[in-house]
Design a protein. Structure first.
Lengths: 262, 882
């Protein structure tokens, strides 16, 4: 208990000092949240166990390793997702080069077919590996794609409402996002459909400090409409491990870098 | 027998009797508003019927829903529906449909996530060299012709959509709207029709179909029919009786009997918590003729004798003494005939049979109490000119047709006496022809055909099935039945295969000097065998061994070691996947053949299964060339292809076709025709294929889906009805034997209804009318009505014979009043039900027509065959009478 508390205290101290949080503009809050969620450290590695539970209670497991490398703070990034489980998809790899101003580049490596395929990704709101998470939940939604408005401020959270600039690209009409005032990690997001019915909730269930970075250790998406949920549990999280940019190239799709292995 | 004792309360306390009867009826009528209508044909089977349980499990396991199909057709425009204007309306109505829900009932909604419509399905396509794209097919309405045609081409290019969502000719689109519950279908249809109305005049046509729509719409219209047909039939009966008896006051009584009977019975049905099903909605129509028949017998007799006695109490007592036994017997035999339906395995038919039986007994009770009480309440002077026309000898002084009927009956008495052998011969011939007809009967039903040809639902059905691969769905579910392997065997197999590939040929595992790969193999063996001793469940064995070997993999010192453990894990994975038969290419190959076989016969328009999906995704992964539309070579290839698919917008669509353990697959079979015969042929086609092509792995197959369910209950119904009919035939025969105290007389009493049943079903066979639900029930109705005529005819013949001493003399009496009562009954009921022919729902038409035919034929059979038979068998029949 102590360690995270200390970290929280330290963070609070660090961030609370420069100025009153209440005075922050909405854009600042959004930027902070974006950085806290997706840009911690220069790079990072995490092992992920994903449990997909459908409406009937049937569970499916996915296990993979994520490598992330930031090219610029809040900007370009690279992701490497190496599948370990289930056995029949072992060594499958998704690789993403994320951009702000243009569509991401995405690759898919299918080991059994020994096939590397680029995936056009104009639309990032498709399922991540059959789970209830979407690509955008994993690699981050570009803040500039939405209008943000601060709708509520509590002792612990900023509550922002985001409405998409281009409604045709997304399936939601708006979402509410709760951002923790201490570490700026979004702890909850509620999505609303065309009829303004809430249909989807993304939550951070457990947050821990790792190497000084508040880190989501467990997160969950619930499908309110169809039932079912996906829980992602992160373990062996590490930051600033010195991942080289060259790992995130087609060359390493067929033969994963050592960093994947540990 | 002193039958009149039964009616003494009615004679002494007529007012009280009527009041009590009416009050009881009103009490039961209070139940009527609680009615719940059930038109779900699935309920023709008991809720715990295995096929229904399976059907429900399949629906749950594969998240399948009953669907409303909305078709948009444009046969005028050169690009069909794929022009920007039409597509914008398609998009509008699609969004409208997805949002449909019943604010009053949260269980009623369109399950939007599983809607199949151009704006919510994914398209997988090439996006430049080496690049594929998952994209919504038509997120926004196209604005140019090129864009519209591009949507068409992308949709046509997807075998999952071609023939299902988009018609091959590009003229039509179909939206599939899954419903949370089937009973929402009618409301969805109405909402869509309103929306379509709002579009005003547009070049494209909209059609709404699907079994749930047919079933639910039928339910609503059935209710309307109940309110129209039954009173209409009543009116017709009323008018005919007025024509025969010319006494308004008198014929009101049978009408009251009929109404009290129908209201009480329905009140009792609803009050005891039964739902009103298609079957039970016909109870009023069945009860009405039966309820009227007894009253007509009493009135007819009273009518004929009152003028002689001029004393209503005395006349009534005499009439009841004479009629009580035949009326009692006709009622309990009819009731027994319907009650026999309780033996069928079909709950709604059981309810129908039991409540018609109850209704018949009620009708009898009400008749013998109410009719005398009613007559007692009339003023003496109103009876003054009562029943003047007919006299026992058939002449009469009333005008119009009555002398004609009398004269004809008189002639008939002679004719049957003189030409008995001719009649017997003719009857035998008719039976042979009927037998031929019966052999031609085809058993078939289709809820869609409960509507008349011109009904918009039928129209939609025709148009959409012309454009698409079929709007009727059946599900073929295949399930692995292989036994689970033993972990110990798995461990042995694993390490031995590694040893074979990594060890030197002459090396044995206990050698001291081992090369690294051999050493790794022994490490793998050690872990596998130890684990196999601990766990019995193969899944757990796989999972834990995977963990152990993965640790080895991550701890690998060098590339060789890494490669070894990757290989070992691959072998483990492959072994783990062996159970998952629906990602084994050999099984999928076989499944493709199976589907091709089904589609090859012309009953199936298309099948959708995991084979289609895998081949389509694999094709696009490989570059989209037509020749790449095939299966990957390995099971891991299949899994990875499916994993690629699951990065789309609708990954869960996969689970309509597979269970996540890959051990069950669902083949969505699209049929162009909802006829049970078509489904049955498909079942036979499958068996034929399986006999010639056994599956490569052990698996079982089962069917589900509404179209299939209909076949199952139909089979039960045909067989059940036959059994029920035979059972009641025997019961009625025994009762007749008891009544007449002679098996020969009993047999004689069976003649009219046997001939009628033979005639009705022979006719159905000859004209090619499908043997469907209403037709099946007619057999018991025949039993109920025809036996009434024979009992009256025979009972009165015996009484007449006793008086006259010979059939030659007795027949004159029989062909007077009794024959007239029978003829009146036959004509009143037969004509009375002809208004049903005007009903817009086929089952009502069918019942109307056949009810009329049954009355006519059984009436004729009674009047011709019974006297002829009596003539021929006279010495034997009346042996004990002298």
């Amino acid at each position: 208990m102590n360690k995270p508390m200390m970290a929280v205290a330290a963070l609070f101290f660090f961030w609370a000092l420069p100025g009153s949080a209440a005075a922050m503009t909405v854009d600042e809050i959004v930027d902070r949240a974006n950085l806290a969620s997706y840009y911690a450290g220069d790079d990072g590695r995490s092992e992920v166990r994903m449990t997909i539970t459908d409406a009937q209670g049937r569970e499916r497991q996915r296990q993979f390793v994520i490598l992330r490398h930031n090219l610029e703070e809040g900007g370009r990034q690279m992701y490497y997702v190496y599948f370990q489980r289930p056995a029949d998809v072992r060594r499958m790899v998704f690789m993403v080069h994320k951009y702000l101003e243009q569509d991401d580049d995405r690759w898919l490596y299918l080991p059994d077919l020994d096939l590397v395929r680029r995936i056009a990704a104009a639309d990032k709101r498709s399922s991540f590996a059959g789970s209830h998470f979407l690509y955008e939940d994993v690699s981050g939604r570009t803040p500039a794609d939405d209008n943000h408005e601060l709708v509520e401020e509590t002792d612990e959270h900023y509550v922002l409402e985001a409405t998409p600039l281009d409604v045709d690209l997304v399936e939601f009409s708006r979402y509410l996002i709760w951002i923790d005032k201490e570490h700026f990690l979004p702890v909850k997001a509620e999505y609303f459909d065309r009829n303004d019915d809430q249909y989807r909730v993304v939550e951070a269930l457990e947050i821990e400090d790792v190497d000084g970075f508040p880190t989501v250790i467990q997160s969950r998406v619930r499908d309110l409409e169809g039932g079912g949920e996906t829980v992602m549990s992160f373990s062996n999280v590490s930051y600033n491990i010195g991942l080289d940019e060259s790992l995130f190239t087609e060359r390493y799709l067929r033969r994963p870098p050592r960093e994947v292995r540990r | 027998m002193a039958g009149h004792q039964w009616i003494l309360p009615a004679l002494n306390r007529p007012r009280l009797t009527i009041t009590l009867l009416v009050l009881t009826t009103l009490a039961l009528a209070a139940m009527l508003p609680r009615v719940t209508v059930d038109t779900n044909p699935e309920n023709m089977l008991a809720a715990d019927e295995p096929v229904r349980l399976f059907h429900d499990r399949v629906k749950e396991e594969f998240t399948l829903h009953d669907m409303v199909v909305l078709g948009i057709v444009n046969e005028e425009h050169p690009d069909g529906v794929f022009n920007p204007e039409t597509l914008s309306r398609v998009l509008e109505i699609s969004r409208f449909a997805q949002d449909l829900s019943d604010p009053d009932n949260p269980d009623h909604q369109v399950v939007s996530r599983y809607v199949i419509a151009p704006d919510v399905v994914d398209s997988i396509e090439q996006a430049g060299p080496g690049q594929i794209r998952f994209e919504w097919l038509m997120r926004t309405a196209p604005t140019t012709r090129e864009e519209a045609l591009a949507v068409r081409d992308r949709a046509l290019d997807n075998p999952m959509l071609n023939g299902t969502m988009v018609s091959g000719d590009g003229q039509a689109l179909a939206l599939y709207l899954p419903l949370s519950t089937k009973d929402y279908a009618h409301q969805v249809r109405r909402a869509l029709l309103e929306k379509i109305e709002d579009f005003g005049p547009v070049p494209e046509e909209f059609h709404i179909t699907g079994l749930p729509v047919a079933e639910e719409t039928f339910g609503v219209e059935m209710f309307v029919q109940m309110a129209i047909s039954a009173p209409l039939a009543m009116l017709a009966i009323f008018l005919l009786m007025l024509f025969f008896f010319r006494q308004l006051r008198m014929i009101i009584a049978p009408m009251i009997v009929a109404m009290l009977t129908v209201i009480s019975t329905m009140g009792l049905l609803i009050g005891t918590g039964q739902t009103v099903h298609i079957m039970s909605s016909m109870i009023p129509i069945f009860l009405m003729p039966i309820a009227v028949v007894d009253s007509i017998h009493i009135l007819s007799d009273f009518f004929d004798h009152y003028q002689q006695r001029r004393n209503r109490i005395q006349t009534l007592k005499e009439v009841m003494d004479k009629l009580f036994t035949p009326m009692f017997y006709t009622s309990i035999t009819s009731a027994a005939g319907f009650a026999s339906l309780a033996l069928t395995p079909i709950p709604p038919v059981r309810v129908f049979g039991i409540f018609v039986a109850i209704g018949i007994i009620l009708a009898w009770l009400i008749t013998i109490l109410l009719i005398p009480a009613y007559i007692m309440l009339m003023k003496e002077e109103q009876l003054e000119n009562f029943g003047q026309e007919p006299t026992p000898e058939g002449g009469g002084d009333g005008g119009g047709r009555k002398p004609l009927l009398g004269r004809h009956l008189f002639w008939l008495g002679d004719f049957t006496y003189r030409h008995a052998k001719l009649i017997a011969g003719g009857s035998a011939l008719a039976l042979v022809v009927a037998g031929l007809g019966i052999s031609q009967i085809q058993v078939n039903d289709n809820p869609m055909k409960w509507f008349t040809e011109k009904h918009p639902i039928r129209e939609a059905d025709r148009v959409l099935n012309r454009h698409f691969a079929g709007t009727y769905e059946a599900y073929l579910v295949l399930e692995s039945t292989e036994a689970e392997p033993e972990p110990a065997d798995l461990a042995t197999e694993l390490w031995e295969s590694l040893w074979d590939d990594y060890a030197h040929p002459d090396r044995v595992p206990c050698d001291i000097n081992l090369d690294p790969p051999e050493w790794w193999t022994l490490e793998a063996r050690y872990e596998a065998e130890n684990l196999a001793k601990e766990v019995a469940d193969p899944d757990e064995f796989f999972r834990r061994l995977e963990d152990k070997w993965e640790e080895r993999l991550f701890a690998a010192e060098d590339d060789a070691s890494y490669d070894f453990w990757i290989d070992a894990l691959d072998r483990l994975g492959e072994m783990q996947g062996r159970d998952e038969i629906f990602r084994q290419p050999e099984v999928l190959d076989w499944l493709i053949e199976l589907e091709e076989h089904l589609v090859g016969a012309d009953t199936v328009g298309k099948t959708n299964s995991v084979t289609t999906l895998v081949r389509k995704v694999y094709q696009e992964l490989l570059g989209g060339a037509p020749e790449d539309y095939r299966l990957p070579a390995s099971s891991a290839g299949v899994s990875q292809t499916l994993m690629a698919f699951q990065n789309s917008h609708r990954p869960d669509d996969l689970w309509h076709l597979l269970t996540p353990d890959y051990r069950k697959a669902n083949v969505w079979v699209q049929l162009k025709d909802g006829d049970n015969m078509v489904m049955e042929r498909t079942l036979a086609d499958l068996e034929e294929f399986l006999a010639a092509n056994p599956p490569p792995r052990e698996l079982r197959h089962d069917w589900a889906g509404s179209t299939y369910i209909n076949v199952v209950w139909q089979e039960k119904m045909v067989y059940g009805m036959l059994m029920a009919f035979m059972g009641s035939f025997i019961v009625v025969f025994l009762m007749m034997t008891l009544l007449f105290r002679s098996p020969l007389w009993g047999l004689l009493a069976m003649i009219p209804m046997t001939v009628t049943v033979a005639f009705i079903y022979g006719l159905i066979g000859i004209v090619g009318k499908d043997y469907d639900m209403p037709v099946a029930v007619l057999s018991s109705l025949t039993l109920g009505l025809a036996v009434d005529f024979s009992i009256h005819f025979l009972q009165r013949s015996r009484q007449a014979y006793q008086r006259a001493g010979s059939w030659a003399a007795a027949r004159r009496e029989v062909f007077a009043e009794p024959a007239r009562a029978i003829s009146r009954n036959a004509i009143v009921v037969a004509v009375g039900f002809l208004p049903l022919l005007a009903a817009p729902l086929m089952p009502y038409k069918t019942v109307g027509f056949f009810l009329a035919a049954i009355m006519a034929v059984s009436g004729l059979a009674t009047m011709y065959m019974l006297p002829a038979a009596i003539r021929l068998l006279e010495p034997r029949l009346f042996r004990n009478f002298r």
